[in-house]
Design a protein around this ligand. Structure first.
Ligand SMILES: C[C@H](O)CC(=O)SCCNC(=O)CCNC(=O)[C@H](O)C(C)(C)COP(=O)(O)OP(=O)(O)OC[C@H]1O[C@@H](n2cnc3c(N)ncnc32)[C@H](O)[C@@H]1OP(=O)(O)O
Length: 715
């Protein structure tokens, strides 16, 4: 049987332990490796000719990507999970207690349990490879570092830095890791092994100490100071998570107890908390997102059809969306993009959009000015159809005007090649209607981005009836290169994301008209787990934009999409939201002058415009009811989308809602959430609301059928 750990002895007395899980693209840590690693460690201990040990990965671009998440998923009880954590502790303690120097040579992803393995080594060196990233992302899976990370990390890099890493799950690049004292050296990949060997030959040394500010030293160095750090971290966590995520508080507790009572006690606390988290419903939901997105990375969107290579792209329109799309095309996908706009102003907007983003990277020292300039040179501009004959894909991001889009389809067919894809970033027009103007409709597809483009991870790829499989596969691959998670959806008004969002927003507007205050509505949905509340979202997206989509959805999908009268009144008062400084909240100098503070304040005059006086209270029950009314609308519509084939699977529906709208990740997405509450429960809630508020709450057939038969979406 092929081994995972291979020990090779060098003449200079340094042994190289290469980890290479047979048949896997990446190394992960599994319980089944226990006997093998124990045997190797025993062999090293028994061999006095070994003067030092270098631990390295046999995989080309990764060190160790953490504990095997499927193994954690298979834990039936907290006791199973605790055993896994304790097994890791024993092995890592053994490694740490070796008398000879042990050096981790890190190239590629070194995450979670992988970093914990490296932390148990005496020193660490990493490569400068762009794939080399170090971090403890367990919190994003609803977990905590359960292989000693909550104990060794603060002891190495300090409590503040360790908490920051563990509570955010952020990943560090090589130079950042060096600066923080996580690694002792950073070298080109070609000399990684030799550098590690040299370090081992020098004997056991304490890791490099990094300089800390006086305040940090005072805070971290005394029990009262540490208490301040932990209390502060606890407050920040509560503010951010609203009690919806159990892992962060447990991380803080592990560090608090470990720093006060010592490593052994700390490890015990870590194993207990880790075990509870592994079997928590929040972690189960978050893990399902990891499995879903990993699975999606392999899909072409069109079966086994191969995507064509995209060498050059064109973007029509240099506005906010066009600028963003051109920017991710050049900076992320590294594909040359030519931006066309009718005005020079539009073109310079697009250029400055990309430049500002890249320059941020330079200021943060993530890239050199030369790299920024090189990437900028990939973006060119034109006011005419020039230099685009060889574009493989054209993404249009112009106004939502069907006539204009028809003109563009014709222009592109005339000016570009036979296979050039015409991708429309429309958010509401059916793609089949746009394709009506095409003589090659098989090249026409929807590619719906969310704003701000560089930040929002989702894109909807919308195929109409005649879109070819090759066009779908090529567009999916193109979006993925831009760093996006694409879901392929069927053509139809609002596609998936805007459709489920519209009903949720309409319900929030309805609640507003019933007397709920703007703050109360926003607070209720943020407490539920959304990143921002519906009123803030409307201000950000634009009240005019929201108002424009509703009638389209109503005419295509029916009465339930009828927008409450609030929109008309707001628009009559020229309230468009943040973009014109007039919406539900105060913006700009008005806000500053009146209150001299940063917090967002409601523009109270909005109530007079709507002709109402808010009556809502801040009681918890009320807030739950408010959130429930908006959310069940979204859930019901998501199931309808599945029923109608708009989305291909509950998995796509979950990923689409989380990545496109910010549906609370700890609930795993709408479908996961319905499973956890039970379809029967959701139908009962919907029917209660239906009796009280009308037919817009009618549960869809699929839900009723599932409720009757006790079915769920996932196993
Ligand atoms: C006790 C400990 O504290 C607990 C833990 O360690 S929990 C785990 C913590 N680690 C993580 O969260 C990292 C998860 N992995 C990732 O984020 C990404 O895979 C990555 C950044 C490492 C690489 O991304 P990318 O290059 O796009 O490759 P990606 O397609 O995701 O992964 C390649 C393969 O590795 C697998 N993989 C990566 N990390 C894995 C993990 N921790 N567990 C199981 N499988 C994993 C993927 O499932 C995929 O398998 P496949 O080829 O059979 O489909």
């Amino acid at each position: 049987m092929e081994k995972t750990f291979n020990l090779a002895r060098r003449e200079d007395g340094i042994a190289i332990l290469t980890m290479d899980v047979p048949g896997e693209t990446m190394n992960t840590l599994r319980a089944e490796f226990g006997p093998e690693i124990n045997q190797v460690l025993a062999e090293i201990k028994a061999d006095s000719s070994i003067k030092g040990l270098v631990l390295i990965s046999g995989k080309k671009d990764s060190f160790v990507a953490g504990a095997d998440i499927s193994m954690l998923d298979a834990c039936k009880t907290a006791a199973d999970a605790k055993q896994l954590s304790q097994q890791g502790h024993v092995v890592f303690n053994e490694l740490e207690s070796l008398k000879i120097p042990v050096i981790a040579a890190i190239n590629g992803a070194c995450l979670g349990g992988g970093l914990e393995l490296a932390l148990a080594c005496h020193q660490r060196v990493c490569s400068l490879n762009s794939k080399t990233m170090m971090g403890v992302p367990e919190v994003q899976l609803g977990l905590l570092p359960g292989g000693g990370g909550t104990q060794r990390l603060p002891r190495l890099v300090g409590i503040t830095t360790a908490l920051d890493m563990m509570l955010t799950g952020k990943q560090l690049r090589p130079k950042q890791a060096l600066k923080m004292g996580l690694v002792d050296d950073v070298v080109p990949e070609s000399i990684l092994l030799e550098t590690a060997v040299e370090m081992a030959l020098k004997g056991k040394r304490a890791p490099k100490k990094v300089k800390k500010s006086l305040v940090t030293r005072l805070l971290e160095g005394t029990p009262p100071g540490r208490n301040i750090i932990f209390d502060q971290a606890g407050k920040q966590v509560e503010k951010k998570t609203h009690g919806n995520y159990p892992a962060p508080a447990k991380i803080i507790d592990c560090v608090r107890q470990g720093m006060a009572k010592g490593l052994t006690k700390g490890l015990e606390v870590e194993a207990n908390h880790f075990a509870d988290l592994v079997v928590s419903k929040e972690s189960e939901a978050l893990r399902s997102i990891f499995f879903g997105t990993t699975e999606m990375k392999k899909e072409t969107g069109a079966g086994d059809v191969e995507p064509r290579k995209v060498h050059k792209a064109m973007v029509l329109g240099g506005g906010l969306m066009g600028g963003g799309i051109a920017s991710v095309t050049t900076t992320k996908a590294k594909i040359p993009a030519r931006v066309k706009d009718i005005s020079e102003q539009g073109l310079s907007n697009a250029l400055s959009y990309a430049y500002k983003l890249l320059d941020k990277g330079v200021k943060r020292r993530h890239m050199t000015p030369a790299v920024r300039d090189n990437l900028m040179s990939l973006m060119t501009t034109t006011t005419e159809y020039k230099g685009i004959k060889d574009a493989d894909i054209v993404v249009e991001a112009v106004f939502e005007d069907l006539k204009l889009k028809h003109q563009m389809v014709k222009d592109v067919e005339r000016e570009c090649g036979e296979n050039t894809i015409f991708a429309s970033n429309t958010s509401s027009l059916p793609i089949s209607q746009i394709a009506e103007a095409a003589s090659r409709p098989e090249n026409v597809i929807g590619l719906h981005y969310f704003s701000p483009v560089e930040k929002m991870p989702l894109v909807e790829v919308i195929a109409h009836e005649k879109t070819s499989a090759e066009t779908i596969a090529t567009t999916v691959a193109f979006a993925r290169k831009q760093g996006k998670t694409p879901i392929v959806v069927q053509d139809g008004a609002g596609f998936y994301v805007n459709r489920i969002l519209a009903l949720y927003m309409n319900e929030a507007a309805q609640l507003l008209l019933e007397g709920q205050s703007v703050e109360h509505l926003d607070k209720a949905l943020v407490k539920f787990g959304f990143p921002v509340g519906p009123m803030t979202l409307l201000d950000e997206v634009g009240i005019d934009v929201g108002a424009k989509i509703s009638p389209i959805l109503e005419s295509e999908l029916g009465e339930r999409f009828k927008a409450p009268a609030a929109f008309d009144k707001l628009l009559a008062d020229d309230r468009k939201g943040r973009k014109n400084g007039k919406g539900f909240y105060l913006y700009g100098s008005k806000a500053k002058q009146r209150f001299k503070k940063k917090a967002k304040l409601v523009d109270e005059s909005v109530y007079a415009v709507l002709g109402l006086t808010p009556t809502s209270t801040d009681s918890n029950n009320d807030s739950q009811d408010v959130a429930q009314r908006c959310v069940v609308q979204m859930l019901n519509e998501a199931v309808r989308c599945l029923e109608e084939g708009i989305i291909a699977s509950p998995r796509d529906g979950d990923i689409g809602a989380i990545f496109g709208i910010g549906f609370p990740p700890f609930l795993g997405g709408p479908f996961h959430y319905i499973d956890s509450m039970g379809a029967a429960e959701l139908v009962a809630v919907l029917e209660t609301y239906q009796a009280k508020f009308g037919d817009r709450f009618t549960p869809c057939d699929r839900l009723k059928e599932m409720a009757e038969n006790g079915l769920s979406f996932f196993e």
